[in-house]
Design a binder for this molecule. Structure first.
Ligand code: RP5
Length: 166
């Protein structure tokens, strides 16, 4: 969903992060939350990052979800340059299975917060749900969508691990 007025910005350090970050987009899609997706690297495209973060609020974004792997500066650098809430998704790296990403994102010094989610797909989905929960505080339609999403999730959990016996 790429509407005229996205309220969530999904950014990632590389196209290789998309396999993880697509879950943010798909979850927001399921909740009908307008969002945009961009590749913005803290170290490969620092000017793009600066422009993105500095203009985010004025463009109407309300939350940013930033995913990166390895020495994952992107969420913290973004948070440093925008007053918007930033949620970080640690992408699973090859060398250290995402522990490097997680620690890089979660260990922000006091003063500039990044809400850090779990490594990989779970963190990506939860980042979208958390972004939606923030938006739901002032958007009844998103609140309703989130309630419905949770109800469907609950209804989908079987009472037994195998099909019921006749
Ligand atoms: C980080 O380096 C990206 O966020 C990505 O997770 C990692 C590897 O990037 P590529 O070498 O696959 O482009 O900046």
């Amino acid at each position: 969903m790429e509407r005229a007025s996205p309220v969530v910005g999904i950014i990632m350090g590389s196209t290789s992060d998309w396999e993880t970050m697509r879950h943010v987009s798909e979850t927001l899609e399921a909740l009908s939350v307008p969002h945009e997706t961009r590749v913005v690297s803290a170290h490969r495209t620092p000017e793009r990052l600066h422009h993105y973060a500095k203009t985010a609020r004025d463009r109407g974004l309300k939350v940013i979800v930033a995913g990166a792997g390895g020495a994952a500066h992107l969420p913290g650098m973004t948070a440093a340059m925008t007053p918007l809430p930033v949620f970080g998704v640690p992408v699973e790296s090859h060398a250290l299975k995402g522990m490097d990403s997680l620690l890089s994102i979660v260990q922000m010094p006091a003063g500039i917060p990044v809400g850090t989610l779990a490594i990989g797909r779970a963190g990506a989905i939860n980042a979208a749900l958390l972004a939606a929960a923030v938006l739901a505080l002032s958007d009844p339609a998103i609140a309703l969508a989130l309630d419905g999403w949770r109800m469907r999730q609950t209804a989908a959990v079987p009472e037994t691990p195998t099909p019921a016996q006749p």
